[in-house]
Design a protein around this ligand. Structure first.
Ligand SMILES: [Zn+2]
Length: 400
């Protein structure tokens, strides 16, 4: 076993002793609903907790009442800087009849805590807060700087949250860990998310005389057929950590009434882009499809525009933060973690792409069930992930 294990033993014992407090923290966070746009109350709770630990807490807002929290713990000694991040906001609970445990009650059953955000991402938030508390209370001598960043607005792309913080120059560190749900894996890459809107335009006329008009919905059917062929081709384009590139049609809107030939149809597309692709190339492939249809169909008119670009990122598996996180995991769990990629976007992309910081993702929640009804996390995993997070802080910043 690694020599470091001895040094961190009191830390891991401390976290075992904090078991009930850790569960209570997660329950408290879940009972403070923070649907995107409504993060002020949970931010107050988290900021007060950080102040209670003696951290230097700064609130940064891109929009009034949409707080981002930056909490510093500066050891006063030279050394590396580690940034831990999670987001404060959650998605809405959806239809309540689908929940057997009310979404904001944080009920415990079968060794699990139930509620919206238990996976995405209040268990991650809990691991960061409690690991930091354990480190500070054990009185472990540190070097360098520990920075905790809790961002708003992540679920809709982070424009008021991490994107803003990075663009305004608030985010600095040598390495970072984002506590997004990874099912206890270490995740080191995300796909980029490109959302595109395509509009076909025709000529409206009476439905009884369709030959006098031009049907925008029928043109869109040709576009959809072409997109499905493109989606099939994308299955051949793969990445070792992220799987295949994808294209999904998520929205269609066209026509006014059945007895009128429609002059407009709008399609919304979700294209997941691998690190080996660019959004420009992905757009050019779709534009080529539209150009081909225009050449073949008289009167065909279509335009496309970019709605969302959320870049992906990828780290080398030999990057120091990947090694550090995997070793910390192994010390706590007694086995190597699975190293993987994530198909959904997270604040990790902004931290990496805008601020140039190597970043991994790690937390106990099951990412595949993140937005389901009856979202829940295993308490055993929550405690283990808190230990891993504390071990990461220890291995990055402990003064040996
Ligand atoms: Zn999340």
């Amino acid at each position: 076993m690694n020599n470091d294990r001895g040094a961190s033993e009191p830390l891991l014992c401390k976290i075992d002793a904090m078991h009930d407090e850790i569960v209570a923290m997660l329950q408290n966070l879940v009972r403070t609903p923070s649907i995107t746009g409504d993060e002020a109350q949970i931010a107050k709770l988290v900021a007060n907790f950080c102040r209670g630990l003696g951290l230097d807490v700064k609130i940064v807002e891109a929009e009034s009442n949409r707080p981002n929290i930056i909490a510093h713990c500066d050891s006063g000694l030279p050394g590396p800087s580690l940034l831990l991040n999670d987001h404060l906001d959650i998605v809405p609970p959806g239809p309540l009849e689908n929940w057997s445990h009310p979404p904001f009650a944080a009920e415990i059953a079968d060794g699990r805590v139930y509620g919206r955000g238990t996976i995405d991402t209040k268990s991650g938030l809990t691991t960061i807060l409690m690991a930091t508390k354990a480190i500070l209370e054990v009185g472990m001598p540190l070097r360098g700087t520990l920075t905790l960043v809790f961002s708003c607005d992540e679920e809709v792309g982070g424009e008021k949250g991490m994107q803003f913080l990075c663009k305004q120059g608030h985010i600095h560190a040598d390495m970072a860990v984002v506590a997004e749900p990874t099912t206890m894996q270490v995740e080191i890459a995300t796909k980029g998310r490109l959302n595109i809107e395509i509009t076909t335009r025709g000529v409206a006329t009476h439905g009884a005389r369709p030959w006098l008009g031009h049907n925008a919905i029928e043109d869109m059917m040709e576009v959809i057929a072409g997109l499905r062929r493109l989606a099939q081709n994308l299955e051949l384009r793969t990445h070792s950590l992220l799987g295949r590139a994808t294209l999904s049609i998520g929205r269609i809107d066209g026509g006014t009434v059945p007895n009128m030939v429609p002059n407009k149809c709008v399609l919304g597309i979700d294209r997941r882009v691998l690190p080996t692709e660019t959004p420009e190339n992905a757009e050019a492939e779709i534009q080529a499809l539209l150009d081909d249809l225009k050449a073949r169909i008289p009167g065909f008119e279509a335009s496309m525009r970019r709605i969302v670009w959320w870049p992906g990122y990828t780290l080398d598996e030999q990057d120091p933060i990947v090694n550090l996180t995997c070793r910390a995991f192994e010390k706590v769990m007694g086995k190597r973690p699975n190293v993987a990629g994530k198909d959904a976007g997270t604040d990790a992309s902004w931290i990496n792409v805008l601020s140039g910081i190597p970043v991994v993702m790690f937390s106990p929640g099951d990412g595949l069930k993140a937005m389901n009804a009856d979202e829940n996390v295993r308490i055993e995993d929550l405690i283990a992930a808190t230990k891993v997070m504390a071990q990461i802080i220890h291995d990055a910043l402990a003064k040996h």
